[in-house]
Write a protein that binds this ligand. Structure first.
Ligand code: SF4
Length: 445
């Protein structure tokens, strides 16, 4: 591996020396189904188990490193930027598209978008990595990925039932930046910075406003709280996006948490593999794997996010033994149909990411244009269950407004009872009997 050494400014503002290995953009990685595991099984060499899996796959079949649209975008807007910079996550962060002037050079903006970007003010800022920008349609304001990151005037419309903090996180925060809702786990907000801001963000009241800093003094208070609360066995590190911290700052947090005997599991919530896959470097995963059991909740929204770069990033995390799950928000005109969701979960399965939760969009202020009726979520689960692998079916949940926590919702599969038999409806609508002599479960009868 080639190593580069340079002084960089982390999003936290600290100047650090970063020795970063060549980013993963140089290696080939399979995107399509055709790369196939059967190739690997047929040609598996005797000593295959000694070779990392991705390496074997890469040797079997090489495919494009990036999508044609990303290449075309680079040629048009960043033609003088060498691969080494484009594939450097810090370059991507430093060159985010953040202003109307930048955005209007790249996209032909609708008047809804144009007025919104000019008016943002105290609202959630705009920020889009050049990489993610390359996936947006330059002409179509209705393209799903574009809707999720480019502001529109709909954000300024407040609907009944919406709130800035719908989940009541502020009221469940014993120390700043730490939410303690469930008895055995906490949410540790380490910073409020993201490389790309989602327009439906549940924490838009704080994200991107410089309200939550990754300062050691603040984090020490949160860590002291965890240390003095022995019921906490699981810490979810979130934000903002924790993977936009430098390796050093992230490792400091992980080390401190691992020193607490009752913390069994650490989880990191991140959208980086979708919006900034260049951040997943060999050096980062080598550091992360020291802190097992470490899990990751990734945030994928649409199949068009599943690019060769994202596949590669997830492969590196999975190869480091990190169990990966995806949390997807159900969004109107983005992913609110069975076909799109099926395509997404199938991509995720190939990326070794378990589709974990499908969230009903929280009633955050200005999110009415993203919310679907609850029936839509149930319809999607019904369209997946039985029609694809069980592992590919996420749990559909509503995070109850007011801090009630996640409540799962399922289509009705129990259709009633006849005598001692429970009547169950299968995925095709057929009714089957289960002998349940001692039971008294009876729904919808
Ligand atoms: S990545 Fe997460 S925290 Fe950041 S803007 Fe998107 S939803 Fe919000």
């Amino acid at each position: 591996m080639q190593e580069e050494s340079c002084m960089v400014q982390s999003p936290a503002g600290t100047l650090i020396e970063e020795k970063e290995e060549e980013p993963p953009g140089i290696a080939a990685f399979p995107l399509t189904r055709e790369f196939s595991v059967p190739d690997f099984r047929i040609f598996m060499p005797k000593n295959a188990l000694k070779i990392p899996l991705t390496y074997r796959i890469n040797r079997t079949k090489r495919v494009a490193r990036t999508l044609p649209k990303t290449r075309a975008f680079r040629r048009k807007f960043f033609h003088d930027v060498p691969d080494r910079e484009w594939n450097d996550w810090q370059w991507q962060v430093s060159n985010r598209i953040r202003t109307y002037a930048q955005l209007s050079q790249i996209l032909s903006l609708s008047s809804e978008e144009q007025h919104a970007v000019e008016r943002l003010g105290a609202k959630l800022p705009m920020g889009i990595t050049p990489y993610y920008m390359s996936l947006l349609s330059p002409d179509d304001p209705c393209q799903p990925l574009r809707r999720t990151v480019v502001p529109t005037m709909n954000e300024f419309v407040r609907m009944p039932g919406e709130a800035d903090d719908p989940l009541g996180e502020e009221g469940q925060s014993p120390v700043p930046g730490l939410v303690h809702r469930y008895p055995d786990r906490v949410l540790l907000l380490v910073l409020d910075f993201c490389s790309t801001y989602c327009r439906y963000c549940t924490r838009s009241r704080v994200v991107g406003h410089g309200a939550i800093l990754p300062s050691k003094s603040r984090l020490e208070k949160a860590i002291d709280y965890i240390k003095s609360t022995p019921t906490i066995r699981d810490v979810l590190i979130s934000g903002g996006d924790p993977l936009t911290l430098s390796n050093e700052r992230l490792e400091w947090i992980l080390t401190r948490l691992r020193q607490i005997p009752h913390v069994e599991v650490i989880r990191i919530g991140t959208k980086v593999p979708a919006v900034l896959p260049q951040r997943i470097t060999p050096k980062l995963v080598r550091m992360l794997r020291k802190y097992h059991p470490l899990w990751m909740s990734l945030h994928f929204t649409h199949p068009e996010e599943c690019t060769p770069e994202s596949y590669r990033a997830c492969a590196m995390l999975a190869d480091a033994g990190i169990p990966l799950g995806s949390q997807t928000v159900l969004l109107k005109d983005v992913n609110d149909n069975v076909e799109t969701m099926k395509d997404l979960v199938h991509h995720l399965m190939r990326m070794r990411v378990r589709p974990y939760y499908l969230y009903q969009c929280d009633p955050i202020s200005g999110s009415g244009h993203f919310r679907t009726p609850v029936e839509k979520g149930l319809e999607i689960i019904k369209g997946l269950r039985g029609f694809t692998s069980g592992y590919a079916v996420p749990t559909y949940v509503i995070d109850a407004p007011g801090g009630g926590g996640k409540i799962p919702l399922m289509p009705d599969y129990v259709s009633g009872r006849q005598g001692d038999d429970l009547l169950l409806r299968n995925y095709e609508g057929g009714v089957f009997r289960y002998p349940d002599q001692q039971g008294d479960v009876c729904f919808n009868s």
